[in-house]
Design a protein around this ligand. Structure first.
Ligand code: MN
Length: 349
């Protein structure tokens, strides 16, 4: 189903401007892949435009090439493109309004690593074993014989760093780490990257986290932990809030209830047990992966919590989870990357 590097090369080298996009709620892999790919296209002398239909988090503005990414909500494009490369997006609707910049019958190149990724492109390069889309681009650099310059190196490093949750999710492999080691050799300063992405938080974000932490509560004998961010507080960039709930000793199931508008919730679920939270999310019209999923809910907070706790209760019973039992066998996690840690659906994205 995948196209060869030669076919992709020919597609890229064809005539006409190329539009390069990633998904809305862009994350480090989407943004880093965009800037790295842009560096690759520069070396190939391909004229291109980088665009995202969403706000682009400022914390990534240290990336070489970042300034070339166009936020379509601020600067719409009135041009139609006959060629499009879509990076790190499992389906076309994930690129939002960028779809309106695609000419009918345009050639689409799809490069992605999501397990749920669809082969929607005219050309596809999907590798679900890759920790990040950036990892696929790294391989492509080698196949095209490109030099990994600073812009490419920083973009690829940020993609892998963020999609592996700073090398701690189970999609962290020997391969992803050795690629990052090589990228350090190309001039990436890991301290500088970490400083920008993780230690440069807006004060308001930490205030929101403080408010959120005050809502934390345990249910079902300590097996379930809920955390909220209520309406009126800053709601963007709450990625990671759910982890305060899921990282508590003894917690098997965690949920972060973010009220993004009056009576509209974005809910993130995590499982540290055999419970498949994507099945829970599906009950509410959402989806995701075994260990990380999410959904949107329109309605009152009390109703949401009530329904969620009932559903968690059913799962606890079905799997016979007992308080105080450690569910995750870390030693058994070695080896192949596990798709469920690709947090694609739930928070970002
Ligand atoms: Mn990704």
């Amino acid at each position: 189903m995948n196209n060869s590097p030669q076919e992709i090369y020919q597609f890229l080298k064809a005539d006409g401007d190329l539009l390069v996009v990633t998904h809305f709620f862009p994350d480090g892999d989407g943004i880093g892949s965009l800037t790295a790919f842009s560096g690759m296209l520069d070396q190939l002398e391909v004229k291109h435009t980088l665009a995202i239909d969403d706000l682009i988090p400022e914390k990534y503005n240290f990336l070489p090439g970042f300034e070339r990414i166009r936020n379509l909500r601020v600067q719409p494009l009135d041009e139609l493109f006959g060629r499009v490369a879509i990076l790190d997006a499992g389906s076309i609707p994930r690129i939002g309004q960028a779809q309106t910049c695609i000419e009918p019958g345009a050639g689409i190149l799809n490069i992605d690593h999501h397990l749920t990724g669809q082969y929607y492109g005219d050309l596809n390069l999907i590798d679900t074993g890759a920790s990040a889309t950036a990892e696929i681009l790294y391989k492509l650099c080698g196949e095209f014989g490109l030099e990994i310059d600073q812009q490419i190196a920083y973009g690829l490093y940020v993609g892998i760093l963020t999609d592996t949750g700073r090398f701690r999710f189970t999609n962290t492999t020997a391969r992803s780490m050795s690629i990052c080691g090589e990228l350090l050799g190309k001039g990436v300063n890991p301290g500088w990257v970490t400083e920008n992405i993780y230690y440069n938080l807006p004060f308001e974000l930490v205030q929101a986290l403080a408010r959120s932490l005050l809502t934390i509560e345990l249910h079902h004998g300590g097996l379930v932990c809920l955390i909220r961010l209520d309406h009126g507080h800053r709601t963007d960039d709450t990625e990671g809030f759910v982890e305060y709930a899921s990282s508590i000793k003894g917690v098997a199931l965690a949920a972060f209830l973010c009220e993004i508008d009056k009576s509209l919730f974005k809910v993130s679920l995590r499982s540290r047990s055999p419970v498949d939270v994507s099945a829970v999310a599906r009950q509410f019209g959402g989806g995701g992966h075994l260990k990380a999923a999410g959904f949107r809910f329109q309605g009152g907070r009390a109703e949401l919590i009530d329904r969620l706790l009932k559903e968690f209760g059913r799962q606890i019973e079905a799997h016979d989870l007992q308080p105080g039992v450690k569910f995750i066998d870390v030693a058994g996690d070695m080896g192949e990357p596990r798709e469920e840690w690709m947090l694609e659906w739930s928070d970002r994205r």
